[in-house]
Design a protein around this ligand. Structure first.
Ligand SMILES: [Zn+2]
Length: 110
């Protein structure tokens, strides 16, 4: 995972995936805002980056408690929020993200 330095302390504490600064679920609202700012001029890259992060988070959280990993909730938490922007729409990557999501779930250990 390669997060931009602009996030400051709003980075995830692994394997719990809580914010180092806020202690809430990561990405916290400030981390989301900072990520949108970081990816402002290459918005299509943000959901791709966050899908990579999603894969790592699901692997970590699944190891801690498989029953606590809800794929739809995890997708919305890590990727879904990147798809809308009040200053413009990010290209619709739903088909690519659904394929990545299916691949992610296929790779999880039983
Ligand atoms: Zn935070």
């Amino acid at each position: 995972m390669n997060l931009p330095p602009r996030l400051g302390r709003h980075t995830p504490v692994r394997p719990l995936w809580i914010c180092r600064a806020c202690a809430g679920p990561w990405p916290c609202s400030l981390a989301r805002l900072l990520l949108k700012a970081e990816y402002w001029d290459r918005r299509a890259d943000l959901p791709v980056q966050m899908t990579t992060v999603l894969y790592e988070a699901v692997a970590d959280l699944h190891r801690l408690d498989p029953a606590a990993v809800d794929p739809a909730a995890m997708f919305n938490r890590f990727v879904g929020w990147t798809r809308r922007n009040h200053l413009g729409r990010i290209p619709d990557l739903s088909a690519q993200l659904a394929a990545l999501d299916a691949e992610l779930l296929r790779r999880l250990p039983d």
